[in-house]
Design a protein around this ligand. Structure first.
Ligand SMILES: NC(=O)c1ccc[n+]([C@@H]2O[C@H](COP(=O)([O-])OP(=O)(O)OC[C@H]3O[C@@H](n4cnc5c(N)ncnc54)[C@H](O)[C@@H]3O)[C@@H](O)[C@H]2O)c1
Length: 381
């Protein structure tokens, strides 16, 4: 087995999800490459040290530049707030490191273009962590569509709903709340939540040609944690989008942090000529499927428990026995397994940085349309 020395930057929510994946992937998948937890980096030294102790990293860095300069690091895994993705990824590419980067790739398309240019110039393996592609039920949806079971697609409908910023007392910026600071995040729910829906949609249903969107910032001012002052809020709190795909299908997308009662309700439904599929993150191991070609008396929505083995249900033969489901964290193990398999086979796992640029362009068009009030074309990659 070849060793792959990992330098992971950022030990918050995603730092934990990625560390878990690096530790587990070799236990469950037969791979040529084995990740080695060589170094963890976070500018919060105490957090980095405790993360290293808990997850078994061999060393700690507090400056990502030093991490990138190390000869004993092969892969830089970026789990930082959005404003740090570009600088770290471009420096890592220049140093010849492989890169896994959390989503969204950047704060906007222009910033993402610089990243794509850098990794393509350096010709380094690269991957963006749109992890929902690797939830087995979502991967199964992709297979059903590729088999032509749905026929012509008419509708794509997706939403991602949360409710954690409704109180006007939630501050913006700084540690943990960088998502509410437009300078750090780039945008609000569009880049944070809707980007997931867009990535899945592009993967399942092809390119989006144009969008018409509205956004709203319900709480206009919040205390900024870094300045202590009440400052204007620059992010979008909610976003509603009409879209047209290149294949002629119509779409609606919605994301918000103001849907009381919802914590992370990501759902999508696709309606085709012959069949429909639907998926719900709260029940992530199930795929709903309706096939009009079924015999009339049995026709109806079936709820497929995506846990079967024998190659029928993606990734599941790597885990327990049929009938036992898995969860959110496994999608990170799966994407890492695919990334490592791609290194061995030479066939890059996707989404690459270039793939993620397309999502970025859709998000840009959405935010632009929300300003102009007009239909806006999506820039082509
Ligand atoms: N794929 C998913 O489902 C998913 C879920 C959550 C977040 N994300 C993405 O992951 C990224 C990180 O989000 P998170 O929720 O883990 O954030 P977080 O706030 O939980 O963690 C970020 C960590 O980075 C550290 N940090 C910040 N700037 C740094 C710097 N310049 N140098 C070193 N350390 C620095 C912080 O101290 C913190 O420990 C974001 O891009 C976010 O959009 C993806």
């Amino acid at each position: 087995m070849k060793k792959l020395n990992v330098g992971l930057v950022g030990c918050g929510f995603m730092g934990r999800a990625h560390s878990n994946a690096h530790r587990k992937v070799g236990n469950f998948f037969d791979l040529e490459y084995q990740p080695v937890l060589k170094a963890i980096c976070d500018f919060n030294e105490e957090r980095a040290k405790s993360h290293a102790a808990r997850w078994g990293f061999e060393s700690v860095e507090t400056d990502w530049k030093k991490l990138i300069a190390r000869d004993d690091i092969d892969l830089i895994d970026i789990c930082l707030p959005n404003n740090a993705h570009a600088e770290v990824a471009i420096a890592a590419a220049k140093a010849g490191k492989m890169i896994i980067c959390e989503k969204p790739l950047a704060r906007d398309g222009k910033e993402a273009e610089g990243m794509v240019k850098a990794i393509e110039k350096a010709k380094v393996p690269n991957f963006v962590s749109f992890n929902y592609r690797r939830v087995p039920a979502v991967t199964l949806a992709k297979r059903l569509i590729e088999e032509g079971r749905l026929g012509r697609i008419f509708h794509y409908r997706a939403k991602f709903l949360q409710d954690w910023t409704i109180s006007k007392d939630v501050p913006q910026g700084g540690d943990a709340l960088w998502r509410l600071d437009v300078k750090a995040a780039g945008s609000g729910v569009t880049g944070d939540l809707l980007a997931h829906c867009i990535d899945t949609a592009l993967w399942l249903n092809g390119s989006i040609e144009k969008v018409n969107a509205m956004t709203e910032t319900f709480v206009k001012e919040r205390v900024h944690q870094l300045t202590g002052k009440v400052q204007k809020v620059g992010i979008d709190d909610a976003c509603a989008v009409l879209a047209r795909f290149a294949n002629g299908s119509l779409a609606t997308f919605e994301s918000t942090r103001y849907a009381r009662g919802h914590k992370a309700l990501y759902t999508f439904e696709i309606n085709g000529e012959h069949a429909s599929i639907a998926w719900d993150l709260h029940d992530l191991h199930r795929l709903a499927y309706f096939d009009h070609r079924d015999e009339g008396k049995l026709r109806g929505w079936r709820s497929i428990h995506v846990t079967d083995h024998g190659g029928d249900h993606p990734y599941m033969d790597k885990w327990w026995v049929p009938g036992l489901q898995i969860g959110f964290e496994h999608s990170f193990v799966h994407q890492l397994a695919d990334f490592l398999e791609g290194l061995a086979s030479g066939k890059a796992a996707r989404p690459t940085f270039r793939d993620a640029l397309e999502t970025q362009y859709v998000c840009d068009a959405i935010l632009h349309s929300a300003k102009t009030g007009r239909w806006e074309k999506v820039k082509t990659v």
